[in-house]
Design a protein around this ligand. Structure first.
Ligand code: TNX
Length: 608
C-alpha cells in the first residue's frame, strides 16, 4: 500500500490531497496543526484535542486523489509557511494505520552567496573592548596547565574542533586579577605569546572560549591585540521545550556545548507541559510512564506526531549527567514544572486535581480543555508540592520555575470549591486566585531552600501574586518587564518578538516556524533594549534568555537551523554592553562568525 500526500496554502485555507494505490475503507485522517483547526470540506471532524484532529474521509478508490480543505479555527491564524501544514499525518482505516509521507519539513535554506565584509574581531558576543596592535599570530593551541582552560579543551574535543591545549602550543600565562568583574577576563594576543588574566575560574574559561571561537573564525591567524571583557548580565539563558518534542539527553548536551561557546550560562529545562511530563520522578511514576509517549491508543493522542508512538522520558541518571555536563561548562540548570495551567498531561494521569462540580468550559490558548488544576483542592497541593520537592532536590542550582503562563480565560469560574476559597481568602478575581496559589507554592519552594521562578503572569493578582522573592521571566515584551522591574521584581528578559527562536526567520512561505509574536530575523534579535528607560532598572533586570518552543518540531533536524545563527543575537544581548550596533553591522559580524557553526557541524539558516 503506497500513499501520496500533498498540502498547500491558499490564503486562509490549506488544500490537502491524499491518494492511495489501493482502495481504502473507513479512512480517518489524523494530524496536528500549529493551532486548532477546522474542516471546511471533504471530511468530517471525529475528535479534536487542541491542535490534533481526526477527520473521517469518504471511502477512497484506488489511485483517486481525495481533496480535503482545512483552515485554522481562529481567523487570526493565517497559515504562513510549511510548518503550518498538517504535521505527523497518518490515515487510520479498516485494515490498520498508514503513515503518509511527511511533507518536506524543516528549514529550507536559502543558500545565499555569502561574502562577509566584516573587518574587525570576529567574536560574538562582541567583547567590551578590543585594542588591535596590528599584525597577526599563527595560532593552533595553547601550552597551559590550568583547570578552567582544560574545560574548554574538553569542549573543543567533544565538538570536533582541534584540541585547545597541547604541550607544543603557544606559551600562555594565566594570572588572577581580583580587580576584574566576576566572569571577566583580559586576553592579550602578542606575536609569540598569549596572556590571560581572569577574575575567577569562569573568567579563565571565557577567555579560552574566546580563543576557541577566534581560532575558528579567523582561520587560525589571530589578530594581535588585547580583549578586555566581562558579562553585562548574570543570567544568560536558553530555554528548551522538551515536552512538545522529546530531545534526547545527547541533543541537550550538544545544545549546552553550543551555549558555552556563546558564553551563555543558564539552561531553562522545560520538560512538563500539556503534552507530556518527562522527568522520571518517584513520587508519581505513572505521571511520566503514561504521558511521556503519545500516539494512537495512548492516554495522550498523537499530538504533533500523528499515529506513531513517540516520545521519551529522562531518568535520574540522565538528569545527573545533564547537571554535571552543565557544571563543566559553567552552566546552571533550572527545571520547570507547570502550574496551574499547561497541565493536561497531569490531569489525565492523576485524577482529582479538578473540582468535579466545576461547570466551566474554558479552553486554553492551544485549544485544550481541562488543562488547569484547581488550587482549592487539598489533593492538588499534595501532588504539586510532592512534585516540586522531588524535582527541586535533583537540581543543585536551587531555582525552581513554577510555570504560570497562559491561564485560560474563565478558568475556575464554574468551580464551587474556588468560590469558597475566594470567600475564605478574600479573593475577588481569577488572577487573585492564581496569585494566591503561586504565593503558596513559592513559599513551599522557599522552604525547600530554593528560589521560586515563574513566567510574568505570576505577578498578577492581589498582593503581587507570587511575591517579590521570585524571579520572573517576561515573554510578552520589554514594556511589561519594565513595569514588573519597577514594581520590585527581578526579571529575566525573553521578549518573544526578539528571542523566541521558534518564530520563523522570515515571511517566506518556504521558511519554517510560527509567527504569532513576529517574524524574527537575525537583526531583530538585537533590535531591542534589555534595560528600557535607561539604566534606572538595572538592579532588577538580571538577564536575557532565548527560548525555543517545540510544537512543530517533528524531527530533531529542524532544531539546529532555528537556533543558529539567531543564538548569536541572544548571546550578544545577554553579554555585550550596549554599543549601538545596527542590524546591518550585526548581520555582517554574524556572517563572519558563522564559520564556528560550520566547524562544529551545527546547521545554520543562512537566509535568516
Ligand atoms: C506561548 S511563551 C507559550 C508556550 C508556547 C509558545 C509558542 C509561554 C510562556 N507560553 O506554551 O509553546 O507560546 O511560541
Amino acid at each position: 500500500m503506497n500513499w501520496a500526500f500533498d498540502a498547500r496554502i491558499d490564503g486562509r485555507y490549506i488544500h490537502c490531497s491524499l491518494t492511495c494505490d489501493v482502495a481504502i475503507d473507513d479512512p480517518v485522517f489524523c494530524f496536528s496543526l500549529m493551532a486548532p483547526g477546522q474542516v471546511m470540506s471533504g471530511g468530517e471532524l471525529v475528535t479534536q484535542t487542541g491542535n490534533y484532529m481526526e477527520v473521517r474521509l469518504p471511502d477512497l478508490a484506488a489511485n483517486a486523489p481525495h481533496d480535503l480543505v482545512i483552515a485554522y479555527a481562529n481567523p487570526k491564524h493565517v497559515p504562513t509557511n510549511r510548518a503550518w501544514l498538517p504535521l505527523g499525518p497518518v490515515v487510520r482505516h479498516a485494515k490498520g494505520i498508514g503513515a503518509l509521507p511527511p511533507l518536506p519539513a524543516g528549514v529550507r535554506d536559502a543558500t545565499l552567496e555569502i561574502q562577509p565584509t566584516f573587518r574587525g574581531l570576529r567574536l560574538v558576543p562582541a567583547p567590551v573592548t578590543w585594542t588591535a596592535y596590528g599584525g597577526e599570530m599563527k595560532f593552533a593551541s595553547l601550552a597551559a596547565d590550568h583547570a578552567d582552560i582544560a574545560r574548554a579543551d574538553r569542549l573543543a574535543d567533544r565538538l570536533g574542533l582541534p584540541r585547545l591545549v597541547t604541550q607544543d602550543g603557544t606559551p600562555c600565562r594565566v594570572t588572577k586579577d581580583d580587580g576584574l568583574p566576576p566572569g571577566g577576563y583580559a586576553l592579550d594576543i602578542a606575536p609569540n605569546a598569549i596572556d590571560i588574566a581572569a577574575a575567577d575560574g569562569d573568567g579563565a574559561f571565557h577567555a579560552a572560549i574566546s580563543l576557541l571561537v577566534l581560532r575558528a573564525t579567523h582561520d587560525g591567524l589571530l589578530p594581535c591585540g588585547k580583549i578586555s571583557d566581562h558579562p553585562r548580565f548574570g543570567w544568560r539563558g536558553f530555554h528548551l521545550d522538551c515536552a512538545r518534542h522529546f530531545f534526547a539527553p545527547e541533543k541537550i548536551r550538544r545544545l549546552l556545548d553550543l551555549m558555552a561557546l556563546m558564553k551563555l550560562n543558564r539552561f531553562h529545562w522545560h520538560f512538563s507541559d500539556d503534552e507530556a511530563f518527562r522527568l522520571e520522578i518517584d513520587c508519581f511514576p505513572e505521571l511520566w510512564q503514561r504521558s511521556a509517549f503519545r500516539g494512537q491508543g495512548e492516554l495522550i493522542p498523537g499530538l504533533f506526531g500523528g499515529g506513531v508512538r513517540s516520545g521519551g522520558s529522562y531518568t535520574k541518571t540522565d538528569v545527573a549527567g545533564i547537571v554535571s555536563h552543565s557544571a563543566s561548562l559553567g552552566i546552571e540548570v533550572m527545571p520547570e514544572i507547570e502550574f496551574p495551567a499547561h497541565a493536561l498531561a497531569l490531569n489525565r494521569v492523576i485524577p482529582g486535581l479538578r473540582d468535579p462540580h466545576d461547570t466551566g468550559t474554558e479552553e486554553s490558548e492551544q485549544g485544550y480543555r481541562q488543562n488547569v488544576v484547581n488550587p482549592a483542592l487539598p489533593k492538588t497541593w499534595e501532588v504539586v508540592e510532592a512534585i516540586a520537592s522531588e524535582v527541586a532536590g535533583l537540581f543543585p542550582f536551587g531555582h525552581l520555575h513554577l510555570g504560570c503562563d497562559e491561564l485560560p480565560r474563565g478558568a475556575w469560574a464554574g468551580s464551587p470549591a474556588v468560590d469558597r476559597l475566594k470567600q475564605t481568602e478574600s479573593l475577588d478575581t481569577r488572577d487573585d486566585v492564581q496569585g494566591w496559589a503561586m504565593e503558596r507554592l513559592a513559599a513551599h519552594v522557599e522552604n525547600l531552600g530554593a528560589r521560586p521562578a515563574a513566567w510574568e503572569e505570576a505577578a498578577r493578582g492581589k498582593n503581587g501574586g507570587i511575591g517579590h522573592g521570585a524571579l520572573l521571566f517576561c515573554w510578552t515584551g520589554t514594556a511589561p518587564a519594565a513595569e514588573l522591574a519597577k514594581a520590585g521584581y527581578d526579571v529575566v528578559m525573553c521578549p518573544a518578538q526578539h528571542v523566541y527562536l521558534d518564530m520563523a526567520h522570515t515571511p517566506d512561505p518556504d521558511d519554517w516556524g510560527a509567527s504569532w509574536a513576529a517574524f524574527v530575523g537575525l537583526e531583530d534579535t538585537i533590535a531591542w533594549d534589555p534595560l528600557p528607560e535607561n539604566s534606572k532598572l538595572a538592579d532588577r533586570i538580571v538577564g536575557v534568555q532565548g527560548c525555543f518552543w517545540a510544537e512543530f518540531t517533528t524531527e530533531d533536524s529542524q532544531f539546529e537551523p532555528m537556533v543558529a545563527p539567531r543564538i548569536l543575537g541572544v548571546a550578544q544581548m545577554a553579554w555585550a554592553p550596549d554599543h549601538g550596533m545596527t542590524g546591518t553591522e550585526f548581520r555582517d559580524l554574524a556572517l563572519a562568525v558563522a564559520p564556528v557553526f560550520d566547524a562544529i557541524g551545527w546547521a545554520w539558516h543562512s537566509g535568516a
